[in-house]
Ligand binder design. Structure first.
Ligand SMILES: NC(=O)c1ccc[n+]([C@@H]2O[C@H](COP(=O)([O-])OP(=O)(O)OC[C@H]3O[C@@H](n4cnc5c(N)ncnc54)[C@H](O)[C@@H]3O)[C@@H](O)[C@H]2O)c1
Length: 269
């Protein structure tokens, strides 16, 4: 059947007015940019991180957002600790009444190939990058399924995966495995909970310039990333934030279980 209802000529695009959002790892980098974007569109944002310190420098994210004239609060959370994750969701709902959007962005890195990767480091990376997403999704969906749907949706989850969840991350085994797991988990949750009106998508950034040091700033790594990226620059945190905003908004209808690349064409080449 063709839908012939008129499309309003003045649309308020990607409004997050009144929505309650949690962004993990939002003290720095991409998470910080996501929190700013969501808040600027009217969301009430909870910044869930181990720290308020900003890796790339600057004032804490909640203060920056307040200075922009928007609303954000900080909630100290370690996504590797189940009780803290459950407390994050409970406190958010106690404060704001519901949870509309969860963005799983927190991550750690420890780039090593297999033969140089200690078992304790393997488990540490997986515990934060993959099990952290599992814990946060579980706590969030327990809440979301109890909420009344708004625009057909009880809640939205956006997971940060990576192009390196889809192709090998050179010499970076545990991170790549964790991101592949996040991508799979996204599809599984989307499939299992669509019937209960939970939306779950992933955003997979390419090489984004954040405050990370070490290997991320190694001239050889940067040069390879530029060579590998058809759109000849590194990504910016706000490139990723705009994609997350779209998937967090009601403008993203009938999209679930998807991975949206934000990689300047890395995976297309
Ligand atoms: N930067 C890139 O090039 C790139 C590329 C692909 C994917 N990504 C993904 O994007 C996301 C953000 O990356 P980024 O470069 O902004 O990272 P970042 O290192 O700049 O920031 C990570 C944030 O996570 C927080 N964090 C770490 N452990 C935590 C824990 N246990 N609990 C709560 N918070 C914790 C840190 O304090 C920090 O604020 C990650 O999921 C990453 O895998 C980044």
């Amino acid at each position: 059947m063709t839908d012939i209802s008129p499309i309003p000529s003045v649309a308020v695009e990607m409004s997050m007015a009144g929505k309650v959002c949690i962004v993990t790892g939002a003290a720095s980098g991409i998470g910080r940019a996501i929190a700013r974007r969501l808040a600027a569109q009217g969301a009430r944002v909870v910044i869930a991180d181990l720290t308020t310190d900003v890796i790339e420098g600057g004032e804490p994210t909640a203060e920056l957002i307040a200075r922009d004239g928007h609303l954000a609060v900080f909630h100290r959370t370690d996504v590797a600790v189940t009780a803290q994750v459950d407390g994050l969701i409970a406190d958010t709902v106690a404060r704001f009444g519901r949870l509309d959007v969860l963005v799983n962005n927190a991550c750690i890195r420890h780039p090593r190939p297999l033969l140089e990767l200690e078992e304790q480091d393997w488990w540490r990376i997986l515990d934060v990058n993959l099990s952290g997403v599992y814990r946060c999704c579980r706590a969030a969906i327990r809440q979301m399924v109890r909420q009344a749907p708004v625009n057909e949706t009880r809640g939205r989850i956006i997971n940060l995966s990576s192009q390196h969840g889809l192709i090998a991350a050179p010499d970076d085994l545990a991170y790549g495995v964790s991101k592949a797991g996040v991508d799979y988990l996204t599809r599984q949750i989307a499939t299992d909970y669509a019937g209960r009106k939970i939306v779950c998508n992933a955003v997979a950034p390419g090489k984004i310039h954040t405050g990370q040091g070490g290997r991320a700033t190694d001239p050889a790594v940067v040069e390879r990333a530029l060579r590998r990226t058809p759109w000849r620059r590194l990504g910016r945190p706000d490139d990723v934030a705009r994609a997350v905003l779209f998937l967090a908004s009601d403008d993203a209808s009938f999209i679930t279980g998807a991975t949206l690349m934000v990689d300047g064409g890395w995976m297309a080449a």
